[in-house]
Ligand binder design. Structure first.
Ligand SMILES: *[C@@H]1O[C@H](CO)[C@@H](O)[C@H](O)[C@H]1NC(C)=O
Ligand SMILES: *[C@@H]1O[C@H](CO)[C@@H](O)[C@H](O)[C@H]1NC(C)=O
Length: 159
């Protein structure tokens, strides 16, 4: 089942240190008020390698929902030649059969520990099945190992 999700979502997986505060990410987010918190530096795909949980939050299908996340460590950089890393944050919704990119926010020179609140429109369905809200920080930075993409997921259900 996991394999299917990964295949379907290859197209959205273009994705530093990032933590997903609302909805609360899988597992803990200890130490998020300091840079380079371990719980915000998950590089394994999908979902930072954190196991699926029972959906702890129900969100109304089609509703506006405010996703809150923290850039725990800044990986944006400008180069002397005038270009920049051009990284971005991506919020996506997955089920075993679908993947919707809900929003994409360009990274910029905001400092580490900056909080972002981004209002997205949830898909209309499917209702009542386990789904994942995924946040990625695609850094496009050569300084970040494993492709430079950080992952966080929350298990949710639409109602
Ligand atoms: C600008 O510099 C960066 C970092 O050295 C390099 O990766 C990039 O390819 C350069 N871009 C151009 C258009 O020269
Ligand atoms: C985001 O970055 C891309 C490429 O780096 C650029 O084409 C696009 O216009 C930017 N979007 C916004 C809203 O600034």
């Amino acid at each position: 089942m996991k394999a299917v999700v990964v295949l379907v979502c290859l197209v959205c997986a273009a994705s530093a240190h990032i933590c997903l505060l609302n909805p609360h990410q899988r597992g803990s987010m200890r130490g998020i008020n300091t840079k380079e918190a371990d719980d915000c530096g998950l590089l394994h795909k999908p979902c930072g390698g954190r196991p699926q949980e029972k959906p702890a939050i129900q969100i109304k299908g089609g509703s506006s929902y405010s996703v809150v996340f923290q850039k725990n460590l800044n990986h944006f950089a400008s180069y002397p030649n005038g270009t920049a890393t051009n990284g971005y944050f991506e919020i996506s919704f997955w089920t075993t059969t679908q993947c919707h990119v809900l929003d994409k926010i360009n990274d910029s020179a905001t400092p580490s520990l900056t909080l972002y609140t981004q209002t997205v429109t949830m898909p209309d369905g499917p209702l009542g099945v386990s789904a994942i809200l995924q946040l990625t920080y695609v850094t496009n930075s050569h300084d970040v190992p494993m492709g430079g993409i950080f992952y966080q997921c929350t298990d949710i259900e639409l109602f």
